[in-house]
Design a protein around this ligand. Structure first.
Ligand code: NAI
Length: 469
């Protein structure tokens, strides 16, 4: 196997940035260059005061140690490609918006154009690693493109190395991953390329955590892992609806079933629904794949995981309306949290967006606070979510503020949409004193101590608990 000394990563996003920054930190003998077409993003990665384009706990520290030493960010994609022995393709693969498979299939445009660029400019042999989450057999298409366009004497090996980090804990996840998965063709060349990448990870990841499998297994495992994780959330959320109807308590149920060692305690927290750029997109990919393979029952099974999530979000909006005496028109609601989960500024597919869209369609006034999300991002997301409203009209109904306490002032209701730790530490007595009465709290994340809030005077509604305002 060749010894990797120069790595290029195409795509400086939520995955490419942290992943390759950690490789640079852990492998000082390897030069890592992360390239992206987006000049503003690259400038932010290079900013002197480390105002990085993404928020991730611990990331600034990693970049501080490695940047300028053996970690570089650049928009010179061609140079990055030419100089590297190993190239990660870590570009975005959103759900297609139009054409065949619209709404389900992955848009592989970015992967394809990155691949074509590699073929066009490479003058020596490369190991090309598919890091983006892609449907089964994309590596095969990449290989076809590379082989059809390569110059004489250049050879490409394709690996699949899906990323399992979770936003919000990316650095911890990268420092000690549960496993690193490497898929390759089971030919001598394929296995040798797989060994080269394995040697990179082995600088800090123990050998027994590096799994080598076939290409298609690797690609499918990433979709499967996300589908199974999301399925656990939809399962517990489905049970939360039963709890609300019967008076059972979802925390107690989750605790009880999580004690079963076959089930385990993680990922059993009921909530207003999952978000993020990956779960929904990857399940829809699996649904599309199943349909393409003429497996309609399999497709329907996985589709239900997404449908349950949509149901959970709209069920929560409806609870808010019902509880506020069946109308929120003209009422003032504080929404705490806009990111799709805590410890990230990422808002893609955030449940908060769906809730606010529903509140706006009922003509309520909404005040938003999130500790990390930029104001411009909120306006962008709301404009996209409410295509029938102009931005001007949205701004008449929505206000963005800079603290939780400020958001709640004089409101009729507070909705907790993201599980930011600071929302647990809010001075609820102060909030209560400043709110209209009766003061309602809707906890979409099982975050606050409902009993404590009730003793202050709040009417509290919690996911997965019966009517005990
Ligand atoms: P992102 O949108 O944050 O970053 C992708 C970057 O690629 C963008 O900055 C874009 O400008 C750049 N790009 C696109 N085409 C390019 C080209 N031809 N040349 C150079 N740069 C180009 O996306 P993110 O979240 O990093 O996701 C990347 C992939 O990783 C996706 O396939 C996603 O499904 C997967 N993934 C994401 C995880 C997450 O938590 N966000 C976790 C695991 C996998």
């Amino acid at each position: 196997p060749i010894k990797v000394t120069k790595i290029c990563c195409i795509g400086a996003g939520y995955v490419g940035g942290p992943t390759c920054a950690v490789i640079a930190l852990k492998c000082p003998h390897i030069t890592v260059t992360i390239v992206d077409l987006n000049q503003a993003r690259v400038d932010a990665w290079n900013s002197p005061d480390f105002a990085l384009p993404i928020y991730e706990p611990g990331l600034v520290d990693v970049v501080k140690q490695a940047r300028g030493r053996n970690l570089f960010f650049s928009t010179d994609v061609d140079k990055g490609i030419r100089e590297a022995d190993l190239i990660f393709v870590s570009v975005n693969t959103p759900t297609k918006k139009s054409g065949v498979g619209a709404g389900f299939a992955a848009d592989l445009n970015y992967v394809e154009s990155a691949t074509r660029r590699i073929a066009a400019v490479a003058t020596s042999s490369k190991i090309v690693v598919e890091k983006s989450t892609v449907p089964c057999r994309t590596a095969e298409s990449m290989r076809t493109i590379l082989e059809a366009n390569s110059k004489a004497g250049t050879h490409f090996d394709i690996l699949s190395n899906p990323e399992f980090l979770a936003e919000g804990t990316a650095i911890v996840d990268l420092f000690s991953p549960d496993r690193v998965l490497i898929g390759s063709l089971q030919t001598p060349e394929g296995k040798s390329a797989s060994q080269s990448l394995s040697d990179v990870y082995n600088n800090w990841v123990p050998k027994e955590r590096i799994l080598s499998v076939g290409l298609w297994s690797s690609e499918l495992s990433k979709l499967a892992a996300n589908a199974m994780l999301a399925q656990r959330i939809s399962s517990i959320n489905a049970l939360s609806a039963i709890c609300e109807a019967t008076g059972a308590n979802i925390d107690e149920v989750a605790h009880a079933i999580g004690f079963d060692s076959r089930i385990g305690p993680k990922f059993l927290r009921a909530s207003v629904g999952f978000g993020g750029s990956c779960f929904q997109k990857d399940i829809l990919n699996l649904v599309y794949l199943s349909e393409s393979l003429h497996l309609p029952q399999v497709a329907a099974y996985w589709r239900q995981v997404v449908e349950m999530n949509e149901y959970q979000k709209s069920r929560f909006s409806k609870t808010v309306v019902d509880t506020l005496f069946n109308t929120i028109t003209g009422k003032h609601i504080a929404v705490l949290g806009f990111a799709f989960k805590a410890d990230t500024g990422d808002t893609r597919e955030s449940a908060s967006i769906s809730l606010i869209r529903d509140f706006l369609s009922e003509r309520a006034y909404v005040t938003i606070y999130d500790p990390q999300v930029e104001e411009a991002q909120i306006w962008l997301d709301l404009s996209e979510a409410c295509p029938t409203l102009t931005l001007e009209a949205i701004k008449k109904q929505v206000n963005i503020v800079h603290s939780a306490v400020e958001a709640c002032k004089q409101k009729e209701a507070v909705v907790i949409a993201t599980e930011w730790k600071e929302f647990r530490e809010i001075d609820w007595q102060t909030v209560y004193d400043d709110m209209s009465k009766p003061a309602f709290v809707f906890d979409g994340r099982l975050l606050v101590d409902a009993e404590k809030l009730r003793s202050i005077g709040f009417k509290v509604t919690t996911i997965g608990r019966g009517e005990r305002l």
